[in-house]
Design a protein around this ligand. Sequence first.
Ligand SMILES: Cc1cc2nc3c(=O)[nH]c(=O)nc-3n(C[C@H](O)[C@H](O)[C@H](O)COP(=O)(O)O)c2cc1C
Length: 323
Amino acid sequence: MYLQPIKIGSLHISGNIFAAPMAGYTDCVTRHISCNNGAFLAYTEMISSEALLRNNSRTLSMLKKFNGEKILAVQLYGSKPDTLGRAAIIAAENGADLIDLNAGCPVRKVTRKGSGAALGRDVRKLGLAIRAMVKAGLPVSVKIRSGWDETELNWREAVQAVVQEGVSAIGFHPRTCRQGYGGKADWKALGTMSAAAPVPVIGSGDLDSPSAVLRMLKETSCSGVMIARGAIGYPEIFSRTCRLLKEGIPELPQTPEDRLRNAKNHLLMAVETFGEKTAAKNMKKILVAYVRGWPSASKLRNDLMKTSDISTLMTLLDRVILE
Ligand SMILES: Cc1cc2nc3c(=O)[nH]c(=O)nc-3n(C[C@H](O)[C@H](O)[C@H](O)COP(=O)(O)O)c2cc1C
C-alpha cells in the first residue's frame, strides 16, 4: 500500500523509494549499490551548471552512468536561469532522464553565489530557472527547503512558482537553510505540502531506518521518499524498507559480517571504477560509516583515516571482524 509506482512527468518509476543526492557520496558507485539494494532511483550529487558549460572534464564525468543505470537523475545547481537551462540540455545530451534543481543546499560557498538555498529564497528567479530547464524537454523536479530561516518560511510561494513553470515533482527537505542538517525535519509541513501540491512530493529528512520511512509515508501522505544520511554505510536500508512496506517484515539487526562484506564490496567497486588513489581518498569517510557503532569503531576510524593504501584499508576491515 505504501510502496507504489510513481510518475514524474513522462517518467514511470516502478517504486517510490529513492536515494537522495549527497555531494561527496552519491557517485556512480554508490548509486549502483543503492539501486542493487532496491532504490528505484538514485540522484547524482549536485553538479555545477557553470562548470558543465565550461566543459570541465571532472564535472562531465559526474554525469557518467553506472552499468545498467535505468534512470539517470541529474541534480544541477547554479544561480542563473539561462545557465541552468543550457546545463539541462547538456545533461539531456549526456543521457539524463530526469533533471533535478538544487534549491536547498545550505553550504555557504554555494549560497554566497546565489545558488542552492539562496536560489530557493528568490522565488521569482527559481521560477525562471524551472522555465529555462523544462525547455530541455525532460521532466524537471526541484528540491527545496522550508525556507531561509524561521522568519522566512517561503515554501508555499516556492511551490506555486515552480508548479506554474511546469515542474514535474518537488523534493521537500523541511528544514530551513539556517538549520542546516540539525534539529528535526518538520514533517507537518511536508504533510501540508503533500496534500496541496498538484505534483508528486518526495519527502526528505530524518529517514534513518525503514520504520522511519514507513512513518513518513503514513503521517505525511507524501508520494515518495529519498533516503540520505540513513543510507551512508547502510545500503541495505533500501531492501529492508521495501520488505517492510511490502510484506511487513520488521528490520533485523545487521550482522557485523553483512556490514563488513558490504564495506569491502563498496571499496572494491570504487577501486575498479575510479582507481586506487581516488577510491582511497573518497572511501575513508564511507568505510567509517559502515563500521559505525562497533565496539572498536573509534580506533578503527582513526586507523582508516590515517591510511591511503587500499590493501591496508582492506586489512583493517578484516581485522575488525576477527577481534
Ligand atoms: C553530506 C551531505 C551531502 C548532501 N548533498 C546534497 C546535494 O548534493 N543535493 C541535495 O539536494 N541535498 C544534499 N544533501 C541533503 C540530503 O539530500 C537530505 O535532504 C538531507 O540530508 C536530509 O535528510 P536526512 O535527515 O535523512 O539525512 C546532503 C546531505 C548531506 C548530509
